[in-house]
Design a protein around this ligand. Sequence first.
Ligand SMILES: [Zn+2]
Ligand SMILES: [Zn+2]
Length: 343
Amino acid sequence: MRAILKSGPGRGVELAECPSPKLVGAQDVMLEVSACGICGSDVQCYLGEERHLAGMPLPVILGHEVAGTILEVGGDVVDFVPGDRVVVESLAPCGGCEFCRLGMFNHCERGTRLGHTVDGGMAPLVAVPGSALFRIPDSLRFDHAAVLKPLGVALRAFERAPLQPGETVAVIGPGTVGLLAGMIARASGAAAIAIIGLERDRGRLELAASLGLTPVIDDPLDAVRELTGGRGSHLTIDASGGTGTLGLSVELTRPGGSIVLLGISGEERVSPAAAIMKELSIHGSLTRQPGTWQRAIALLAAGVIDVEPLITHRIALEEVEAAFEALVAGEGVKYVLEPNGGS
Ligand SMILES: [Zn+2]
Ligand SMILES: [Zn+2]
C-alpha cells in the first residue's frame, strides 16, 4: 500500500510503497482509514524538529487523527466487530502501569503513540489496539470525526478549569485547537470570547469572527479589558505554543481567574508576583481522557459543535507534501486526508 512515511531526520515526508499492516496481537483491530487529520505535531515532524523526532523509530507512517471502519478484529476483541465505525485514541494506554490503574490514561508510561512510535493512519489501512477505539454514530461523517481528537484536546481544557455561563474567556492562538476551544466556550454560554492571534493569522481570525468569537491582533490586553468590563478574562486558554504567552495569560486574566496551558511552548520567563497577587489558578492540560472522547463525540453528534467550517482542505495521499508546505506557510486550518478517496 502507499502511505506517508517519515523516513529520516531533516525536513520532508515521502509518499512511499509500504507493506500492508498485519494483525499481530489478539487485541488488535484492522481499520480501513476513511479520514486522517493533519495535526500541528505532524507539521513539526515534517519540519524535522529534533524534539519531535526523538523517540520515533524511523521510518514510521505518520497520522494520528484517524476515523475509519473496522475490517477485521483479533481473536480477543469482544467489544467491536467488522463494520463498526470508529475513531482512535492515538495514545493507546498499556492498561497496567500505575497511572493507567489510577484511570489517568493520558499519563500512561508504556503506551504506544500512533503515527509516532508505531505506524499511523496516513495510509489506506492501519492496525490499532482495540482498547484505543471509540464507536461513532452512523450520522457522524468520517471527515468530521477526524477532528474529534483535537476537539478532545480543547474539551480537556474545560475539564481542567470549568467555565460558568456568563463568564468571559480569552483564547491565545487561532489554530484548530484554539478555534475549537472558542467554539466550546460559546456553546457553554460564555458572555464574551476573545481569540488572540498574530498578523499572519488574519485568515483564521476572520473565520473565528464568523464563528461568533471576537478576533484580536493588536494590543490584546486593552482589547480583552474592553471586552470584559475592564476586569480581564475569567478563563484564559493558551493554545498557541508561542513564546511569552504565559506572561500574557497572567496579564489577561482577572483576579481569581484560571489559566489553562494547552500549546506546548518554549522557554518562559514569568514573574510569579502578578499570579500571586491575582490568586490565579494555572493548569496544564494534556491530551484527553476516555470520558473526554465520549463527550466530544456527543457534541458533534448532537450538532452542538459544527467542525465543518474548520475543515478547509480535503486531500488525497498525493497532496500531503504540498499540504505540509501550505501549513508551514500558515494557509488554511484543518487538512483532512482521505486515503481511500472522499466519502
Ligand atoms: Zn497531534
Ligand atoms: Zn499505562
